[in-house]
Design a protein around this ligand. Structure first.
Ligand code: ADP
Ligand code: MG
Length: 296
């Protein structure tokens, strides 16, 4: 079916466009009591930048950027784009990558100039690749996480060589949106593949309770997280933007996609928030309640 466009007057002057797949969706919208929010690209802009490069003892920033930049240039993840762009801006010519692989929600691997290079999360390098983290890098990574940032661990030839710190920014409408969701009596929950500290920092900034943060969730486990809330009796709306959110968006009682997100997320959802403004999620729920009150 062709989605219908709704223009919601919000009383704040602006009108936020919402696409709805059909009028029957208003009924599930009205019953929602829990709103699960993806972090990257939903609560935050998803436009990542590199904030720092920390080489291990004996390594140079240049070599880290050359190898990590070349590897990440083959990645479609916002982290990959940030690292590759940063390396290029720093004057690196990025060599081609062979045997590239993206390990959903964990990191990437490939061969650059004859070296096996990895970039990804700490637990993945530690468990899948049996690598240990140098103490000085652990300190830099923990400091970054405490500030809501994401450390990307870089290894080659069987050794961890650097941490590249990446971050995006919280959308300036997210805090207001979450306040509005609360005022509607809804419980906001943050769901992310990112590290726990970064997730808690973002949650704290936007007003989500520490106990309502579910972090370090692999893409396949996002669905299970939604199902668990449903099993506990919640009627769940899920808001997301990524390919890795699509299954969870379909599982939720109501799926809301960011119009700025991927086609996979939009196709899996009941509603699309056209401009990617999270306040439109609150508007949709308010509208559904008001509309059904009028009909009854
Ligand atoms: P989110 O749920 O916040 O959208 P993802 O599932 O996309 O996060 O990614 C989870 C984590 O996996 C990232 O925070 C990062 O640590 C790691 N990761 C994913 N892709 C890459 C990449 N291309 N390079 C480095 N790390 C990556
Ligand atoms: Mg996302």
């Amino acid at each position: 079916a062709t989605p219908t466009a709704l223009l919601v007057g919000t009383g704040r002057g602006a009108q936020l466009a919402i696409l709805i797949k059909g009028p029957q969706i208003l009924e599930s919208t009205r019953r929602v009591d829990t709103v699960v929010l993806d972090k990257t690209g939903t609560v935050t802009t998803g436009r990542m930048g590199v904030l720092g490069v920390h080489p291990a003892d004996g390594e140079s920033v240049e070599e880290v950027l050359a190898l990590a930049g070349a590897l990440e240039d083959a990645s479609e993840h916002p982290i990959g784009r940030a690292v590759a762009d940063h390396a290029r801006a720093a004057g690196q010519h990025l060599a081609p990558v062979h045997d590239f692989a993206a390990h959903g929600g964990n990191g990437v691997s490939g061969v650059v100039e004859g070296r096996g290079v990895l970039a990804g999360r700490r637990s993945w390098l530690a468990t899948e690749w049996a690598l240990s983290m140098p103490a000085d890098l652990l300190e830099a990574a923990e400091r970054a996480e405490a500030e809501g940032r994401t450390p990307v661990w870089v290894a080659w030839d069987g050794q961890v060589r650097a941490v590249v710190v990446v971050a995006d920014t919280i959308k300036d409408t997210s805090t207001q949106a979450i306040t509005e969701l609360r005022q509607l009596g809804l419980r906001p929950v943050l769901l992310t593949g990112d590290n726990t500290r970064a997730a808690q920092a973002v949650a704290h900034a936007v007003g989500i309770a520490p106990g309502d943060v579910v972090a370090e969730v692999l893409p396949a486990d996002k669905v299970a997280a939604v199902r668990r809330l449903q099993d506990q009796g919640a009627t769940v709306a899920m808001v997301g933007d990524g390919v890795n959110d699509a299954a969870a968006l379909a599982q939720a009682d109501l799926g809301l996609a960011m119009g700025t997100g991927t086609d996979a997320a939009i196709e899996a959802s009941d509603l699309t928030l056209v401009t990617g403004d999270l306040r439109a999620a609150a508007d949709a729920i308010r509208l559904a309640r008001a509309t059904l009150r009028t009909i009854k």
